[in-house]
Design a protein around this ligand. Structure first.
Ligand SMILES: Nc1ncnc2c1ncn2[C@@H]1O[C@H](COP(=O)(O)OP(=O)(O)OP(=O)(O)O)[C@@H](O)[C@H]1O
Ligand SMILES: [Mg+2]
Length: 188
């Protein structure tokens, strides 16, 4: 578990000032929300925390360490992207196992960890299903399980509810909050 600190974070894309001098601190285990109108720089800020976008100015500290110049895979961060889709040609199991397979984790261990991740998102028994056989909320939970299985220190969620209808959005809102609380994972 870690805290996140941003100091004077600024990002320009050509003429566009996407993020303007953002400083903030997210405490260990905190659930921190970025709110603002479309285009105000929320996604860009998350991408800088994750390491996919390099800031023009400012720094990103995770667990007190300066991560500003480190690549995403060295940061111990899990990110669920905006409008994130799971791989349609893979089963739920293979979707969740994907990251571990890439890292050549032994099959036996993968099976155990996928089982645990499925439990965390309340999808026991869904291993063999495909995307087309899942509701929007279930797909979102698979996307979350894919990230949780890598045991990130920080969880970044970019509008995790935007693809869902109003009723499901309400349900998922509480569900995500409950999960975050039980895992005590720092979440933005
Ligand atoms: N790769 C890019 N190249 C050029 N401009 C970009 C790029 N990414 C983002 N921008 C611009 O930076 C600004 C911030 O974009 P960003 O995606 O961070 O906004 P946002 O707050 O996430 O918006 P939304 O709520 O619509 O998702 C916008 O003006 C956008 O057009
Ligand atoms: Mg966005």
């Amino acid at each position: 578990m870690s805290d996140v600190e941003l100091t004077g974070l600024t990002k320009r894309f050509g003429e566009t000032l996407a993020v303007d001098d953002v400083s903030l601190r997210v405490e260990e285990g905190e659930f921190f929300s970025l709110l603002g109108p479309s285009g105000c720089g929320k996604t860009t800020t998350l991408r800088m925390i994750a390491g996919f976008v390099r800031p023009n100015e400012g720094q990103v500290f995770i667990g007190g360490e300066d991560m500003t110049l480190l690549p995403p895979e060295k940061r111990g961060i899990g990110i669920v992207f905006q409008n994130y889709a799971i791989f349609p040609h893979m089963t739920v199991f293979d979707n969740i196992a994907f990251g571990l397979k890439m890292r050549k984790v032994p099959k036996r261990e993968i099976r155990g960890r996928v089982g645990k991740a499925l439990e965390q998102v309340n999808l026991d028994g869904y291993e063999r299903r495909y995307q087309r056989e899942l509701s929007g909320g279930e797909q979102q939970r698979v996307a979350l399980a894919r990230v949780l299985i890598t045991e990130p220190k920080i969880l970044l969620l970019d509008e995790p509810l935007s693809a869902l209808d109003k009723k499901l959005r309400e349900e998922m809102k509480y569900w995500i909050k409950g999960l975050q609380h039980s895992l005590a994972i720092t979440t933005v």
